[in-house]
Design a protein around this ligand. Structure first.
Ligand code: FES
Length: 128
């Protein structure tokens, strides 16, 4: 039985938004707002009062957003859609088994919006 009090898990959902012309994509433009709302609804529907879904700023793996970080499990997800939410909530947030096909790691953090662009010098990324 879930207890109210200190959350068992925190789910950070990136809701960062950048201008369309910015070279780095942003999660809000990829639908993270709907994913955030779906996570809140589904955790409520499944009675997970000990899981806290939190709106976050940029979490860094912008190239594969919408990005989500689950603590204290230290699990990263990328490309999450509204359709993925029921599985993510039931399998991971309720039963502690991460959803492998949605997981991302170090490689996704190192993706660059400038990859393959020879017209810009390396490191020429506008601030977030
Ligand atoms: S904009 Fe979402 S991770 Fe950077």
């Amino acid at each position: 039985m879930a207890r109210v009090g200190m959350p068992r898990k925190f789910v950070f959902v990136c809701l960062n938004e950048r201008p369309e012309e910015h070279p780095r994509p942003s999660c809000t433009r990829r639908g993270s707002g709907n994913v955030f709302e779906a996570l809140r609804e589904e955790t409520g529907r499944q009675g997970l009062v000990d899981v806290k879904v939190i709106a976050s700023g940029c979490l860094e793996p912008c190239m594969v957003g919408p990005s989500i970080y689950v603590a204290p499990d230290d699990v990263w997800y990328g490309g999450v859609t509204v359709e993925d939410v029921p599985l993510l909530v039931e399998q991971h947030l309720a039963n502690d088994e991460p959803v492998e096909f949605l997981r991302i790691g170090r490689e996704e953090f190192e993706l660059s919006p400038l990859a393959g662009r020879s017209d810009l010098p390396p490191g020429e990324i506008p601030p977030i």
